[in-house]
Design a protein around this ligand. Structure first.
Ligand SMILES: Cc1ncc(COP(=O)(O)O)c(C=O)c1O
Length: 375
């Protein structure tokens, strides 16, 4: 039968398409293509959905992190602690504002930044830590903050990379409201995906929100007057319109992902595959990805491909070993948990359009691989 890793059309049925087109038609009519009314409408709807008071729509998730870092008070030449095992943009955003990313290791059980590793890297120049809610699993930001502030002996800003975690909730509150500021991505494959690039930043603090609004539009609250140098990070109204049509289904989609994860857990338990380690299921996780650790991953992934089963590797090379960060002196062996994760992780189909029969096919194919080629 074959199982695609992802199919964008799960969120584009006829009804949704018609509603998006209607909104796009309305934009053509009103003609306010930039800074049109859809932006504020979306910001208000997202704030209510997330339970975080201030939402600032912007061009994409990468840029939202730049806004979030600057509004958290991070200045050029500061150091920002970032997990080494994440998407490039987490650290890229730090470099883009003239700061140094300092790479922390992850907890091997959760794939999330290790508070102990982060605390061990605090220096006089550290002003922020960026926890990444990787794969949609919320970081315990309170524990992280306690560890790094104890090491520093002063406040350290927490800038959440919530790009993969829209709707995720931790015991202390919603992702996006756990730190000083946060950034989210609405890249089309995300849990809340646009029909192009889009993102947004969040904060509980009205002043920081105002600063992010100014920064996304060249750093001025008033047209042609600039308090600081900002950017053109505005969100397209067409994207805001698509997101407004997708948002009402997000709860249902996130629930479908969590059901998919529970089903995978049952299937793997029944199959008894020793070579595969499934992720722990935790409340508040939104399963942007369902990621297992697999022995002989390259061979397994090739085999799955031959069986028509899609899979993906997020991420094959930790950031401290990326060529662009070579001057920071990262060495193989320095962050062993990140390096091992990069060799073992495999993401399986989890998008809301994937059904139970397809998950059965995925696990049967994995089972067949290890049965044919025992270690
Ligand atoms: C963890 C993480 N941070 C940041 C980003 C950047 O988001 P965007 O692609 O919308 O710029 C992504 C997107 O994949 C991500 O997964």
């Amino acid at each position: 039968m074959g199982v695609p890793f992802f199919d964008i059309h799960y969120n584009l049925d006829e009804g949704v398409r018609a509603r998006i087109l209607k909104r796009w038609q309305a934009i053509l009519e009103h003609g306010r293509f930039v800074n049109g009314p859809e932006i504020e409408e979306l910001e208000v709807a997202l704030a209510e959905f997330l339970g975080v008071p201030h939402v600032v729509g912007c061009s994409n998730g990468s840029d939202s992190l730049v806004l979030a870092l600057r509004a958290a008070g991070v200045k050029p030449c500061d150091e920002v602690i970032v997990p080494a095992f994440t998407f490039f943009a987490s650290a890229g955003s730090v470099s883009r504002i003239g700061c140094t990313p300092v790479f922390a290791d992850i907890d091997p059980e959760t794939f999330l930044v290790s508070p102990e590793s982060a605390a061990s890297l605090v220096t006089e120049r550290t002003t922020a830590v960026m926890p990444v809610h990787l794969y949609g699993r919320p970081v315990d930001v309170g524990a992280l903050r306690a560890a790094v502030e104890k090491a520093a002996g002063r406040p350290i800003a927490i800038v959440e990379d919530a790009a993969q975690a829209v709707g995720a909730v931790q015991a202390d509150g919603p992702c996006g409201g756990l730190g000083e500021t946060a950034g989210f991505s609405c890249f089309p494959t995300k849990n809340l995906g646009a029909t192009g690039d889009a993102g947004f930043a969040t904060t509980n603090d009205a002043e920081r929100a105002e600063r992010m609004r100014a920064l996304r539009q060249h750093g001025g609250g008033r047209q042609y007057y600039h308090d600081e140098v900002g950017y053109n990070f505005r969100m397209s109204c067409l994207q805001a319109a698509s997101l407004l049509e997708h948002l009402p289904q997000l709860l249902e989609w996130n629930a479908a992902r969590a059901e998919g994860a529970a089903h995978y857990e049952e299937l793997f338990a029944a199959a008894g595959i020793d070579e595969v380690l499934v992720p722990e299921r935790v409340p508040g996780h939104v399963y942007h990805q369902y990621v297992v650790r697999a022995q002989r991953r390259p061979e397994l992934q090739a085999w799955l491909g031959e069986q028509g089963v899609g899979s993906a590797v997020y991420y094959p090379l930790p950031l401290h070993l990326q060529p662009c960060f070579a001057e920071l002196g990262g060495q193989v062996g320095q962050l062993p948990h990140s390096e091992r994760a990069a060799e073992e992780v495999l993401a399986l189909p989890i998008y809301p359009g994937a059904d139970a029969a397809q998950r059965e096919e995925v696990v049967a194919a994995i089972s067949a691989f290890y049965a044919r080629q025992p270690a």
